[in-house]
Design a protein around this ligand. Sequence first.
Ligand SMILES: [Zn+2]
Length: 214
Amino acid sequence: MAVFKRFQLKVWGIAAIMALSLMVQACAPQLSPQSSCNFVMSNEAQRVSWGAEAPVILYVDSSVPSEFFGAIQAGVNTWNQSLGREVLKIGGWSTAYPTERQDGVNVIYFKRDWPEASKDKQAVTTIHWAGDRIFEADISVNGNPSHYVYFWGPEPIPRRVDFESLLLHELGHVLGLDHSEVEVAGTVMAKKLMDTTTRRQPVAADVDNLRCEY
Ligand SMILES: [Zn+2]
């Protein structure tokens, strides 16, 4: 069974801004805790999302095989259509941001040198936020062919993982969704994606969760 990637939550990047936001919060009114709607939650119990900053513009790094560009666009289209508005947008193909360090640009990578130590992960999405606003998200797909091989097309291929289903899940993380806490049949935010399984459409609960913020 393939383990469906860990969600790497980097709580912070720039210490100076963190200190500033703490100072501002010290004299700000207390925020009432929000229900999670399956979002990642801030330390102040607020859902973290892009809010009014959406649509999120993502670039596709040159490491991503061109045969999967269509799968990425399909995942973007599926979330936008499900919500009835544009929350994600592909900015184009790029060679300008070769690493997933925090640089203010949202990029999708395909890493052929994925380390053995985390070979169970199919992908990792890292989000950065301040307060309850996400300001950067990067997706890295495990492109090490000795760990996973992908397919994209109408028919599953034995022992291969559906790239579109994987990206739909990671794009859910980009928007702020966490893994499903409760078992919701068919949710695209389940932790695991088996070989050959296609999960290319969110269920109603996935869309309802996103509507808490978008
Ligand atoms: Zn995940």
